[in-house]
Write a protein of this length. Sequence first.
Length: 468
Amino acid sequence: MSASVVTSLPGPASRRLLEQQERDESSARTYPRHTPIAVAGGQGSYLHDVDGNRFLDFLSGAGVLALGHGNPELIAAAQAQLNVATHMLDFPTEAKSEFSTRLLGMLPEAMRDRMKIHFCGPTGADGIDAALKLCKTATGRADVISFHGGFHGSTQSTLAITGLRGSKEHLHNLLPGTTFFPYSYCFKCPLALNPDSCQVNCVRYLENLLADPNGGVRLPAAVVLEMVQGEGGVVPARAEFVTELRRITRERNIPLVVDEVQTGCGRTGTWYAFEQYGIEPDVIVSSKALGGGHPASVIIYDERLDGWAPGAHTGTFRGNQLAFAAGAALMRIVERDDVLAHVREIGEFLRAGLDALQLNHAIGPMIGEVRGRGLMLGVELNPLGSWTASEVAGRVRMAALRRGLLFELAGRDDCVARFLPPLNLSRGEAQEALDILGAAFAEVSAEALGGAHVGRQDGSHEKEGIHV
């Protein structure tokens, strides 16, 4: 199977459904505005639209579809569970028991016997909210420390600790008490320092402020961190940054919450990304791929924090039995097929291919940095010609889509091409993606620098960014 785009985008059937969506749905919808297709279905690493176009899917439902579309074992697990039970609040069930046992078993061995699970509502945002409530209850403190570029959800409380300013400027009265600190985004250091000589000053600044009796920042209830910032632009935390942050929080008895909503479940080449940093967090938030394609969200936390009263954090759909069955099947497959080793291998292959594109003399100037871990990869794009980095990224996305590769943008001003392919992506599919990206980069580079329109699969000269 390979990508195949046989119509202009959007195709006629897609256009009809997109126009209906525009009439009927909220203006808050996002993906179809910049990826103008109506989806009919998917199989493996590909999805197809209602016009018969087939796309290599490097979005994977924003990371939810760990094993791609229509995985037969995950479908079979969910179908079998349909005949037993689907919704059981927080009552114990056999499906939930297996899920819990396997999930704790995926942790580093030293952590397994002292961690507890709380089942949240079905979104990562609800998991973050639960983590904040847990830490505030356990510490008796009120404030939270978060980081520039972090993204933790779109609810009122999670937006308060999210760096993205545009989503919350008009809301007012968000959760008070959040202080933001610089993240180790070394490509564009927020402190304008050289990473080779800065001694990780971003985390030193945090430590100094907490130690300063006149620093103005109270001892917080929690520090919340993404090991690899997703919406922030696929920015892996620097190793020294993480180890120092863990030392600082441990010395001050501040719970460290790691947001593994996107990085978890094998995405970065270990079950959780924090494992690659040699630390043990106090709270882990997990969602997205956790339910094997079905909604699920949990927090896993050190038992010493477990001071909640009954009903302290509830949610009607916290007992999604289909997610437990499919999620347990996902964990069985990951262990049986050594999926984590495969993620590391194919991630390195993709990374090498992207690095090679950066060395291409015709394409290289538009690529600022290639980064990421495992199969969570990003390419930060530079301004080119008269186009801003954001315009370059948008045109690359559309040029790739016309050739059959679907991905999303992230980072400041959406200037980072973000790739979240299925964890079982084959080497051939990875090479196909690299070939498409190379052609898309070349097309945009030629247009930006010379005004030429080259190699478009549909033969058109349309501008990027069809909005319907």
